[in-house]
Ligand binder design. Structure first.
Ligand code: CEZ
Length: 794
């Protein structure tokens, strides 16, 4: 595995953008753009996956074969006919052809760059002194891709070339699919009718966008709408339609449609010509026409950049850092808040987010747009049953239904209410929210937010068996752990510990709000202690806590198992809930380090399962080292990091934070750029070492909210409390200095950390005045304060 050096990857403006100079070294390197209506992930070779809301998540492009409708998948495989956005260029003198950005022709380019930036994704491809620059931007409110194609003549002679944007649409419907060219719209318009059999689906499908269109601000010279005519015998490497003088201007009638345009150009020396394109779904031709007039004006493309940067500005978060670790700063300053904002603002583009995801993603929004997080908590609570039980998913759009995994009963959703709400209350001190009246999903009754949380904690406390351990039904945090308790008896050690921690956190909230515990909370606290004790009684196994006990009473997740001998989550949450004693902690940390640690982070279990275990379930059927079956599952690592900070293990915690980010030494093995943290890196480190570390490339993950929370509460220790801003950093011991800008309740704190051997305990100076204690309570919104934090270092 070679080190990625600046000849392959350049980092610009401290990580604000990157330039990847090869389409083959990191073939799956990708970046994503989104807005409220759509999401697109495009890779360096030109392949793309996109979805939009209509109102349910839908696709407007398909592969060459019918695909299962489901959520964004990990490790998306690419193949020659995979959907993408490509531009062929033919030299009409020597007949040579290449395609930008690289696929499908894969010509030996003389220069290549993949340049992801927060507000746009660009590609530069040069071949035989023709440079094609592609740039993708999104408007902020519309599900349409906006592309700009610049074609430049780098040679000293005039060039006679033809340029062919090729935007495959794919096999969309066995009932009805077609493609035609509309001269009025200067657009290729492909139509498909969503297949259905049930009459009620005809009316349900009325909201679907039947059209996928490609239009341009430059009049086309010819077009192609039929995939097979476009390819001919030449295939995608040498499409017959392109080797011909002109595209055939055909219609695609019940055959796989495609969108190809031809622009013939004479480029004089150093001349550049620009083509702006719109590509996306539409309801009808009228909507295409409206998109042309609103999104294809002279200055539209520049406007998209400004508007999108303005949109991202609203999501910039509250933290800018300058530490001794440039790679860490690059991600934190330019990409972390962006990935957080994506989760909180568009909820992973689903209308029924899983309740645990919705609460954790909006925990992250607390640091970006607290009012959005607040509204989400209230919405989730309004869908709680009066018994205190939380649904598997939260419906966030008119007519939304619980789909896919939300139709499978999981027992952990209540846990996340106090845990995520605490971050909001610490950041805002909005304790009045606890008195707000909110309804329930199953009756007219209303109760305060505090009462809702108490009922959720009581539901957790009552959902336990005779041993005092929490039922798992068909899954807890681990979605596919669906056969431990499906007979109604299996229990989860993780959920029992998480319930104890959630109750402790609720008690902390209640005490901060009213300086005492209610009678209900006092009972809950004793039940939390009992939970910790019962897990110790039934699930402690020498140097680890087991994962649970199956319906038939088998304790699993210990050395007695052939596979799945150690699970990370029960250990982390035993640290959080207080179930782990001072004697147990070092034993558990060693077990984790010896069995789960990899250079890419900790595996969530090991050894990975390589065969079905029927009293554990679907998780054991996933390929070893992928997703929940023993990958380096970053969400689980985030919990581990948060728990390490509660143990005061700052150095180990920071190392794990860094392990989440690709660096120049291991980027090629991970196969991604440091633009986002994926939901997992391949695990099974000792079983499938060759694949270990490979990124899932899936940026939907609850990790981000916790990563941000760890930076705020622990690493830099700039966490809110009722009285103000508490300064309790746990910087890595090898950092002598660090600087951050922390925006908090409207004020800005410019904090300088200085390690000092002569200091016994941290000393905090605000505007040069020594602070009594560690909480800054005197400050005003709109003001900026200089803070120096002198930290004792060894
Ligand atoms: O979904 C995630 C869920 O969004 O899996 C996590 C869970 O805590 C998150 O809420 C762990 O199970 O169904 C499946 O097999 C999928 O693996 C989902 O479980 C998984 C998706 O891959 C998204 O990451």
């Amino acid at each position: 595995m070679s080190v990625i050096d600046s000849s392959i990857l350049e980092c610009h403006n401290g990580g604000a953008s990157y330039s990847l100079k090869s389409p083959t070294v990191l073939p799956n390197a990708s970046a994503f753009l989104w807005n409220k209506k759509m999401l697109i992930q495009a890779n360096c070779r030109g392949y793309a996956i996109a979805q939009f809301m209509q109102p349910e998540a839908g696709k407007y492009v398909s592969g060459p074969a019918l695909e299962a409708k489901t959520f964004m998948q990990p490790e998306q495989p690419y193949y020659a006919h995979h959907p993408g956005r490509f531009v062929y260029v033919k030299d009409n003198v020597d007949g040579s052809i290449f395609s930008a950005p690289y696929e499908p022709v894969r010509a030996p380019l003389t220069h290549f760059e993949f340049i992801p930036e927060p507000h746009q994704i660009s590609w530069i491809s040069e071949y035989k002194q023709i440079r094609v620059t592609l740039c993708l931007r999104l408007p902020t409110e519309t599900a349409v891709e906006c592309w700009q194609v610049k074609v430049e003549n780098l040679s000293d002679v005039e060039r006679d070339i033809s340029v062919y944007p090729y935007f495959p649409v794919g096999y969309r419907s066995w009932m009805n699919q077609s493609g035609l060219f509309s001269v009025d719209l200067n657009a290729v318009v492909c139509r498909s009718i969503e297949p259905y059999q049930k009459v009620q689906d005809y009316f349900k499908n009325q909201c679907l966008h039947e059209l996928t269109f490609l239009t341009s601000d430059v009049k086309v010279d010819a077009w192609e709408t039929s995939q097979h005519i476009f390819e001919g015998e030449g295939g995608l490497h040498q499409p017959s339609a392109i080797t011909a003088k002109s595209l055939s201007n055909s219609e695609a009638n019940y055959c796989t449609p495609t969108a190809v345009m031809q622009f013939n150009m004479l480029l004089s020396k150093a001349e550049t010509k620009t083509i702006n394109l719109l590509f996306g779904p539409a309801k009808d031709h009228q909507q295409v026409s409206e998109y042309r007039s609103s999104l294809l004006q002279i200055d539209s493309f520049d406007t998209f950049a400004t508007q999108y940067q303005g949109y991202l500005q609203k999501g910039q978060g509250v933290l800018q850092v300058e530490t001794p670790d440039a790679e860490f700063d690059a991600y934190v300053n330019h990409w972390l808040a962006r990935q957080l904002y994506y989760h909180g603002d568009v909820n992973r583009l689903t209308t029924d987010p899983q309740t645990r995801n919705y609460l954790q993603d909006n925990m992250g929004m607390t640091y970006i747009l607290p009012e959005v997080g607040r509204a989400a908590f209230i919405r989730a609570l309004s869908q709680q049953a009066a018994t205190g039980e939380m649904p598997d998913g939260v419906l966030i759009a008119e007519g939304a239904e619980l789909k896919y995994i939300n139709q499978v009963p999981h027992t952990d959703h209540c846990v996340w209410l106090p845990i995520c709400l605490k971050a909001y209350l610490d950041e805002t001190a909005d304790y009045a929210m606890l008195d707000e009246l909110v309804g329930f999903s199953d009756g007219e009754e209303q109760a305060t937010v505090a009462e809702h949380i108490i009922r959720a904690m009581q539901w957790l406390a009552n959902s336990r068996d005779e041993r005092g351990l929490s039922y798992i039904n068909q899954g807890d945090w681990c979605d596919p752990m669906n056969m431990v308790g499906y007979k109604g008896k299996g229990v989860s050690a993780w959920l029992t510990l998480a319930s104890a921690y959630a109750i402790n956190v609720w008690a902390e909230i209640e005490h901060s709000a009213q300086s005492e515990y209610s009678a209900e909370t006092k009972v809950l606290l004793t039940q939390a202690e009992e939970m910790n004790q019962q897990v110790n009684t039934y699930c402690w196994a020498g140097d680890r806590f087991a994962r649970g006990i199956t319906d038939d009473g088998r304790v699993f997740g210990t050395e007695k198992d052939e596979q799945g001998q150690l699970f990370l989550n029960p250990q982390s949450w035993a640290f959080l809930s207080g179930a782990a004693s001072n004697e147990q902690v070092p034993l558990m940390l060693r077990a984790i380090s010896e069995n789960l640690e990899t250079p890419y982070g900790c595996m969530m279990l090991a050894p990975s399962y390589t065969q079905m275990v029927e009293d554990v379930g679907r998780v054991t059927q996933k390929f070893a080292g992928t997703a929940e079956n023993g990958s380096v599952y970053n969400h689980a690592n985030a919990f581990y990091i948060y728990s390490l900070y509660t143990l005061g293990e700052g150095d180990l915690a920071f190392q794990q934070l860094k392990n989440m980010l690709p660096n120049s030494d291991d980027m090629q093995q991970r196969g991604q750029l440091p633009l986002f943290i994926p939901n997992y890196y391949r695990g099974a480190y000792y079983q499938y070492p060759a694949e270990a570390g490979k990124s899932s490339q899936l940026f939907n993950t609850g990790t981000i909210s916790w990563f941000y929370r760890c930076l705020i509460e622990n690493l830099f220790g700039v966490v809110g409390c009722k009285q103000g801003l508490k300064i309790t950093p746990q910087l890595p011991s090898n950092w002598e200095t660090a600087k951050i800008n922390r925006v908090f309740r409207g004020a800005t704190f410019k904090i300088q950390y200085e390690g000092d051997k002569n200091y016994g305990k941290p000393q905090i100076y605000v505007e040069g005045v020594l602070l009594d204690g560690d909480c800054i309570s005197e400050f005003e919104p709109g003001k900026s304060y200089a803070v120096r934090v002198k930290i004792p270092i060894k």
